[in-house]
Design a protein around this ligand. Structure first.
Ligand SMILES: *Cc1c(COP(=O)(O)O)cnc(C)c1O
Length: 411
């Protein structure tokens, strides 16, 4: 007996009517005609709203929700979310501009990321957003620029914790890291913030991305709260912001199952009373990227050729890794696995076949699906890659091979 082959989690967020996928209430074929070109990304407004509503329903009411813009910085998406979350987290001047254009109150925007340059910092100080300090050097630059502008910069300290997030797809804290200030150096930094008379807001502690195991996130939250309470003893002002990071994962690959939110919410419910007793002015914030937008988006490419090579069938499409690096397996994955993929205009189909879906780039890395069972597709059919709302277009090398640009729509 062989074990059953792991399958993709069903992508039931998009209905199928007459064997055609529906996005934002439109059949995919109609949406493609409306967009006017392939390839494109489409994001579903209703799914964004539903995801925020789900988190609001399950998390403790005092828990604040921020959107980490780098997951998907499309202005329309950020605007949609800006009206529903409590704040936005940005990691560049470009993202800061999007966040401000989306109408978010600058007091609810925080700016993290290593290597912020003086012009970026100056803009952020003028805008009045909170700067998550990543190093002692950055602190000195911020103080100097604030002095020059006659403004008191708002700062929080991004802490590189003394622990790691277990089972995380991408570790962002623990050990030597370019992100944040090592926990053991934070007390000295806090003294310097006090000397320089900056507006100290609190702490930002973020351990890692794409975690599907609630136990690992609970463990990270426990250690994050413990660390924050310890560091708060040296704070020059009451802690008003305690950002415990993001990292909630979504199921991409065969065998992945959705993250269970309830145990995470239960653990937060245990912590929040203690946190509010010890840090009565603190707003506790989760900053989620992938989890808010990832499942609301698809990538759509058109079949331009079918060919058989030594017994393998290839569907050649006009889209590929230049638009969707992550689906090709080249954005942080250790072992390449298939994203969930269907033929969007014939989901079940009348005949099935095992095929590989490739893009037009002259590299074997340009693979959207490797030997997957799909409905038998013809030239002109629409290949859909699910779970594409986060770390898609802007996380891809769009100019590689100089093919036409991709477009994005929010429907
Ligand atoms: C990328 C990032 C996030 C979002 O991570 P997700 O895994 O997408 O939730 C949150 N905070 C910071 C500082 C980040 O860099």
């Amino acid at each position: 007996m062989t074990a059953a082959r792991p399958r993709h989690w069903p992508m039931s967020q998009f209905p199928v009517i007459d064997d055609c996928l529906q996005i934002g209430g439109l059949p995919l074929t109609q949406l493609a005609a409306r967009v006017g070109q392939t390839p494109f990304y489409a994001y579903d407004r209703r799914l964004l709203d539903e995801r925020v509503a789900l988190l609001r329903r399950i998390l403790p009411p005092a828990m604040e929700l921020h959107y980490a813009v780098k997951a998907n910085p499309m202005l329309a998406v950020v605007q949609q979310l800006a009206g529903r979350v409590d704040g936005l987290d940005v990691a560049s001047l470009g993202e800061l501009t999007v966040a401000l254009d989306a109408g978010m109150d600058p007091a609810e925007i925080s700016f993290a990321g290593p290597g912020k340059r003086p012009p970026e910092l100056a803009t952020a100080i003028a805008a009045g957003v909170t700067l998550n300090l990543e190093s002692a050097g950055e602190l000195e630059t911020v103080a100097r620029l604030g002095h020059e502008q006659g403004r008191q910069p708002r700062v929080a300290v991004r802490v590189n914790p003394d622990f790691e997030l277990k089972a995380s797809g991408m570790k962002m804290g623990g050990g030597p890291k370019p992100f944040g200030v090592d926990a053991e150096q934070v007390p000295a930094l806090l003294r310097r913030i006090s000397e320089l008379e900056l507006d100290f807001r609190g702490f930002h502690i973020f351990c890692g991305s794409q975690n599907l195991r609630h136990e690992a996130l609970i463990d990270a939250h426990d250690r994050t709260f413990e660390l924050a309470l310890r560091l708060a003893a040296d704070a020059p002002a009451p802690v008003r912001l305690l950002n415990i990071g993001g990292g909630f994962g979504i199921p991409y690959f065969p065998g992945d199952t959705p993250l269970e939110l309830e145990p995470i919410a239960d653990n937060l419910r245990r912590w929040l009373p203690l946190v509010s007793e010890r840090l009565p002015e603190a707003h506790v914030v989760l900053e989620l990227g992938r989890y808010l937008v990832g499942e609301a988006g698809i990538y759509v490419a058109e079949v331009v050729d079918r060919k058989v090579s030594r017994g393998y069938t290839f569907l050649v499409t006009n889209g590929g890794l230049h638009h969707h690096l992550a689906a090709s397996g080249n954005f942080g994955q250790v072992v390449r696995k298939n994203y969930p993929v269907v033929v969007g205009n014939r989901v079940a189909g009348t005949e099935r076949e095992v095929v590989s879906v490739v893009g037009p780039l002259c590299t074997p890395l340009d693979l959207l699906a490797d030997r997957m069972e799909l409905a038998k597709a013809e030239v002109g059919d629409l290949i859909v890659v699910f779970q594409s709302g986060a770390y898609g277009l802007t996380a891809s090398p769009a100019r590689f091979l100089s093919h036409p640009a991709c477009v994005e729509v929010l429907v």
